[in-house]
Structures are given as C-alpha cells and as structure tokens.
Ligand binder design. Structure first.
Ligand SMILES: NC(=O)c1ccc[n+]([C@@H]2O[C@H](COP(=O)([O-])OP(=O)(O)OC[C@H]3O[C@@H](n4cnc5c(N)ncnc54)[C@H](OP(=O)(O)O)[C@@H]3O)[C@@H](O)[C@H]2O)c1
Length: 234
C-alpha cells in the first residue's frame, strides 16, 4: 500500500480544478481527477476519469479504483461546478436542475464516497467550493447562489457527521476569477461586483490554492465546518 498522500479533485479538466491538480502534483501528491470530458494532462501521478459528479454509478467505480489502487484517500476537493447566470424569470427549470445536480448532489455524493475511504484510513480532508455570490446575494444568480448556499450547509453538517472519523470539511468561497465559468458575464457586472469587495480585484488561482493548502495542512486538524471567502467579502 502506498504511503504517498492521495487526493481526488473533481472538475479537474480546466480552470481552478486543473490548476489545483498541477499544484498538488508539484507538491508530491498522487492525484485522481474527474470531469465529464477527457483531460489533456499527462503525469505519472495523475489519473483522470471521465465522470459526471452527479452520476452515482460512475462515482462508485471511481472510488473503487482508488481503493484498489492507492488504498487510501487523504483529500477530496469538490471543485466541479457550473453556473447558470440569468434573471430568475428567464431561467428554465432544466438549467436549475443541472446546477443543483452538479453543485449540490455532486458535492454530497463525492463527500459520502470519499468519507467511507477516509474513515478506513483514520481521517482526511474535504474542501468544498462556495462563492461570494452567497453572502452578496447576487441578483441574476439565484440558482447558482442557492446551490452554493446548500454546499455551505453540507459543509457544516458533514463537518459534524464526519468529525469523529478525523475528517475535516471546509469550504473556500472565491471572488470572480478569470475562467470559462464567468466568461459570459458582462464586464460592467464584474466591475460592479469587484467594487463591493474589501479588496476590489479579480481573484487569482494562487488565492484559492492558498486557502486549500491551509485546509489540507496537518496542523489544520482542528479547523472544520468553516467557509473562507476571498477578497474581504463577509
Ligand atoms: N471562476 C470564478 O469566478 C469562480 C468564483 C467563485 C466560485 N467558483 C467555483 O470554483 C469552481 C471551479 O470553477 P471554474 O471557474 O474553474 O470553472 P470552469 O473553468 O468552468 O471549470 C469547471 C470544471 O468543472 C468540470 N465540470 C463541470 N460540470 C461537471 C460535472 N457535472 N461533473 C464533473 N465535472 C464537471 C469541467 O470539466 P468538464 O467540462 O470536462 O466536465 C471543468 O473542469 C466551481 O465550483 C465554481 O462554482 C468559481
């Protein structure tokens, strides 16, 4: 059985997830990633699964493969997420359902499956993804903000349910970061949003990595059920 630290990153193909995978690999972790499409990333310590995070059968296959391979899981980063940025009156129900399935059900499913493995190994770290859209109550993002509010609730409840297994559950809440997720948002809306932050600039990948690293540190074993927002949003 390998003693190398092993992480699972969802939504690993591009954006923040891809950056996190590269960061963890550079720090010596073994990483398994997933997303709906294939990844172009090639690395000896990286395995990519084409899996939708809301697909329970695919999740079971994926976690079984980690159990049989590395035999352990030290960290789960529930990064996969989609946004449906539109006024509520213009938002069809299938768009709402897609957002909830990916962001809420995906986070729940992967946390549950990961916790089974982490419990066997004596502990672990789960890091979820929220957004400043929750505390800012951003108009035009009702389904997205509601889905991430649910992720925050999962973070707090699972922190209690998994605490006795040595598993911490926390969340990072990024400000806008220049990825495909926000590419369709008009520039003036982004500018307006940034002006409401204590530190009015776009977020960088490194801002997120820093918070994730903090949650993953062995010294953070007493930090759980917390949501850390970036940019001075509260
Ligand atoms: N960028 C921002 O401004 C911002 C701000 C606050 C919070 N966040 C959060 O940060 C996280 C990452 O966002 P990002 O900006 O990096 O987005 P992104 O560039 O659009 O990347 C999203 C990633 O998730 C994967 N994905 C999407 N739906 C999936 C599904 N159903 N199952 C598995 N993988 C799926 C995508 O790959 P495939 O297409 O291959 O599935 C991709 O790798 C999200 O949770 C987002 O809500 C982002």
């Amino acid at each position: 059985m390998s003693e190398q630290r092993t992480a699972m990153v969802t939504g690993a193909r591009k954006g923040i997830g891809r950056h996190l995978v590269e960061h963890l690999l550079a720090s010596g972790w073994h990483v398994t990633g997933c997303s709906r499409k294939a990844s172009e990333l090639r690395h000896d310590n990286y395995t990519h699964f084409e899996a939708d995070v809301s697909d329970e059968k695919a999740a079971k296959t994926l976690f079984k493969s980690i159990r049989k391979g590395a035999g352990r899981l030290d960290a789960l980063i529930n990064n996969a997420g989609i946004a449906g940025m539109n006024h509520a009156l213009l938002t069809p129900m299938d768009a709402v359902e897609r957002v909830l399935r990916t962001n809420v059900m995906g986070t729940f499913l992967y946390s549950r499956e990961a916790a089974k493995l982490m419990k066997r190994g004596g502990g672990g770290r789960i890091v979820n993804f929220s957004t400043v859209a929750v505390p800012m109550a951003l108009e035009g993002e009702a389904a997205y903000a509601a889905s991430k509010a649910a992720v925050e609730s999962l973070t707090r409840v699972l922190a209690r349910e998994f605490g006795s297994f040595g598993i911490t559950v926390n969340a990072v809440g990024p400000t806008p970061i220049d990825t495909d997720l926000i590419r369709a948002v008009p520039e003036d809306k982004i500018r307006g949003l940034l002006s409401r932050q204590a530190l009015p600039r776009l977020g960088e990948y490194a801002d997120v990595t820093n918070v994730v690293d903090f949650f993953l540190r062995p010294e953070s074993a007493f930090v759980t059920g917390q949501v850390i927002y970036l940019g001075g949003v509260s």
